[in-house]
Design a protein. Structure first.
Length: 325
């Protein structure tokens, strides 16, 4: 039997003991070409052997392309190249999305292309002006200094089909010295119904501002102290709606990412007395108007569904559902 799985994932300690300690840091900070070169060196595989192992996994890629990727002359951007990169991560034994999360948004193409600028926080919201106005009332200066490592959303849907709560767990990394807060933006479809922010872990609530006409809120999630560059934080909080005032919404929940996230997990749990007829995950890359990828989801025994996105963003990722007719 041929095993095409490649080397097992290396821990940080193992990377240090092999003499390639810089790989752990490069997988955190990038840039992509240097991280890829370090991963290839740590694997002790030639480009020919890497190409062969990828071929065993059904991936066709030239040695020249692999060379261009590690030199920085090119980078994976097309869907088939990103799929090949996911297999390459396995062959090289690095964590899933360890390399793809370093890519960032696609580079502009064409003779008139100009360097891209970072997407504003309000860019992915339908009511941009209302969101932008709220954000002027809170401090968002830390946002650009925080890398998105992991995000986990768990949404509880009540028996009446309304949204009872949203539990959030985030792992963030300081890309520069000094970030001391996370800027939260949340909106509902139902008028005069906004949640309370409760059950905070490793953070406390700062300023909270609301636009009750637009049903949008913004809040500062304050860290216990400013973070140093390279430092990470695990932060948790819950958005809880008052009993009897669960917003019906539009039968969906989405998370907006203006910067890439290495791992995003979304769960939706339904009351056993009222289960949906159909659930579907979807994503909308930044710049698109309609979902580009959809996938039907099956309810588990507890009446819930989940979806996972690796190396996603910028864009919108979510789950939507339909009730029985």
């Amino acid at each position: 039997m041929t095993n095409a799985a490649g080397r097992p994932n290396l821990s940080v300690d193992e990377l240090d003991s092999t003499g390639h300690g810089s790989l752990a840091q490069l997988l955190t900070t990038g840039p992509f070409p240097e991280a890829l070169r370090a991963a290839i060196k740590a694997s002790r595989l030639s480009l020919d052997r890497i190409q062969h192992r990828l071929a065993l996994r059904g991936v066709t890629i030239s040695v020249a392309t692999l060379s261009y990727w590690q030199s920085g002359r090119r980078r994976p951007e097309r869907p088939e190249s990103l799929e090949a990169l996911r297999h390459l991560e396995t062959v090289l034994g690095v964590p899933q999305a360890g390399l793809s999360a370093l890519l960032g948004p696609p580079r502009p193409r064409g003779r008139r292309s100009r360097p891209t600028t970072m997407m504003p926080i309000d860019a992915l919201w339908a009511r941009r002006e209302r969101v932008a106005n709220l954000l002027t009332k809170v401090d968002t200066s830390s946002d650009v200094k925080l890398g998105r490592i992991s995000q986990h959303d768990r949404i509880e849907i009540a028996a009446d089909g309304g949204q009872r709560s949203v539990w959030v767990r985030q792992i963030l990394r300081a890309e520069q010295d000094g970030p001391d807060r996370w800027a939260l933006v949340f909106e509902t479809e139902q008028a005069n119904v906004l949640p309370q922010v409760v059950n905070l872990r490793n953070c406390h609530l700062g300023r909270v501002v609301e636009d009750t006409e637009a049903n949008i809120m913004a809040a500062e999630m304050m860290f216990d102290r400013p973070l140093s560059r390279g430092e990470t934080i695990i932060m948790e909080y819950e958005l809880l709606f008052a009993e009897g005032h669960y917003p019906a919404g539009n039968n969906s929940f989405t998370r907006k990412f203006r910067l890439p996230v290495r791992e995003y997990v979304i769960e939706v749990r339904f009351d056993q007395s009222n289960l949906p007829a159909r659930c579907q995950q979807f994503s909308v890359p930044a710049g698109d108007d309609t979902p580009s990828r959809r996938r039907n989801l099956a309810l588990d025994a507890a009446g819930g569904v989940h979806a996972v996105a690796l190396g996603f963003g910028p864009g919108v990722f979510g789950i939507r559902w339909e009730w029985p007719k």
